[in-house]
Design a protein around this ligand. Structure first.
Ligand code: PAF
Length: 289
C-alpha cells in the first residue's frame, strides 16, 4: 500500500492507472477506521482492480460547535488497518493541501441539504458535497462506495454527481446490523445496558413498516406514525424525526406509488446518544433492502 499526501501526485497516479485500464474504486473516510469502513473496502475489492482509500477529517463539514479539533486521528492504526484490508493507495492530505489559500468554492446541493440531518447541521452537506467532489477529482474512480446508514449523505452525493455530470457510479453499501437488528455504530458503546435494550425499538419500528407495506398498505405517513409510537413506547427514546421520504429527493412521502422508491428514515435520542437508521422500500417489490 502506498501512502500519498499530495493531491497532484494522487491525481497523476490515478490518471496513469486509468490509462493502464485499471478499474478504480474509492472508499472515502475521515479516519478512525472501524469494521464498517473495512466492510466498504471489502465491497470495493470485489469489483475494483485498484482500491483507493481517502482519510481526511474535512473541516468544512463541521459546524462551529462540533468536535473538529477533538475528532480522533489515529493515523498509524488507520494505515495498518487499511493495509491489512487490501487498500492499494491511501490518500491522506492535510487541510492546507485540500484548501490552500484562495480556495473559495462551495457546492450547494439544494433543498435536500437543508432537511433532516441538514436542518440540524446547517452547512454540513455543503461541506460534504464540496470535499467529495474534490476527492473524486483527485482519485478519478470509476465507482465510490458509501455506507447506506448515512442515507441522506448518499442521496446528496448521488444528486451532486448526477447534476454535475461527474460520471462516477455511487454504490450504497448495506447497513451492518447486530444480532437483534441494531445498526452497528461506533456510538452504540455509549448506550447504558437499559438504553441498549431500548435501542432495539429502531429495528422493531423498521420491521413494523416492512410488515405493513408487505401486507399491501400504501399509507406511508400513517405507517410511520405507528412505527414512531413503537420507539416512543421506550422510556429513554425520543425521535428527532421518523418518516418516509422519497428516495431521490428526501421529500416527505404520504402515500406510496407503485414502482417508486422510498426510505423510512429515523434519528432517535436515547439518553445522550443519538442513533440513526433507515430502510429502503420500493413500492410493489416483494421486499426492500
Ligand atoms: O462519511 C464520511 O466519513 C464523510 O462525510 C466523507 C464522505 C468521508 C466526507 O468527508
Amino acid at each position: 500500500m502506498r501512502i500519498i499526501t499530495e493531491p497532484t501526485e494522487m491525481q497523476s497516479i490515478a490518471e496513469s492507472l486509468r490509462l493502464q485500464h485499471q478499474f478504480i474504486g474509492v472508499v472515502m473516510t475521515m479516519g478512525a477506521l472501524h469494521e464498517g469502513h473495512l466492510s466498504l473496502v471489502r465491497l470495493a475489492k470485489k469489483k475494483a482492480g485498484i482500491v483507493i482509500m481517502t482519510v481526511f477529517v474535512n473541516p468544512t463539514q463541521f459546524g462551529p460547535d462540533e468536535d473538529f479539533e477533538r475528532y480522533p486521528r489515529p493515523f498509524e492504526q488507520d494505515s495498518a488497518l487499511a493495509r491489512s484490508a487490501g487498500v492499494d493507495y491511501l490518500f491522506a492530505p492535510s487541510a492546507e493541501q485540500m484548501y490552500p489559500e484562495g480556495f473559495s468554492t462551495s457546492i450547494d446541493p439544494g433543498p435536500m441539504a437543508g432537511s433532516f440531518e441538514g436542518r440540524l447541521r446547517p452547512g454540513h452537506f455543503n461541506g460534504v458535497a464540496t470535499v467529495v467532489v474534490k476527492l473524486l477529482g483527485i482519485t478519478r474512480p470509476h465507482f465510490a462506495v458509501f455506507g447506506e446508514k448515512d442515507a441522506q449523505q448518499v442521496a446528496v452525493i448521488r444528486r451532486v454527481v448526477a447534476d454535475l455530470n461527474i460520471g462516477t457510479v455511487i454504490e450504497g453499501a448495506p447497513i451492518a446490523r447486530e444480532g437483534d437488528g441494531l445498526a452497528t455504530s461506533s456510538r452504540n458503546i455509549y448506550l447504558s445496558f437499559e438504553e441498549r435494550q431500548q435501542a432495539t425499538a429502531l429495528f422493531r419500528a423498521i420491521r413494523h413498516a416492512q410488515q405493513e407495506t408487505e401486507s399491501g398498505r400504501n399509507d406511508l405517513a400513517a405507517i410511520a406514525k405507528e412505527a414512531e409510537s413503537i420507539v416512543h413506547a421506550e422510556s429513554a427514546a425520543r425521535t428527532d424525526y421518523l418518516c418516509f421520504v422519497e428516495e431521490d429527493t428526501f421529500e416527505p412521502a404520504a402515500d406510496a406509488i407503485p414502482g417508486k422508491a422510498y426510505r423510512l428514515i429515523m434519528a432517535v435520542r436515547l439518553g445522550s446518544t443519538r442513533l440513526i437508521d433507515n430502510w429502503k422500500y420500493v413500492c410493489g417489490e416483494d421486499r426492500g433492502s
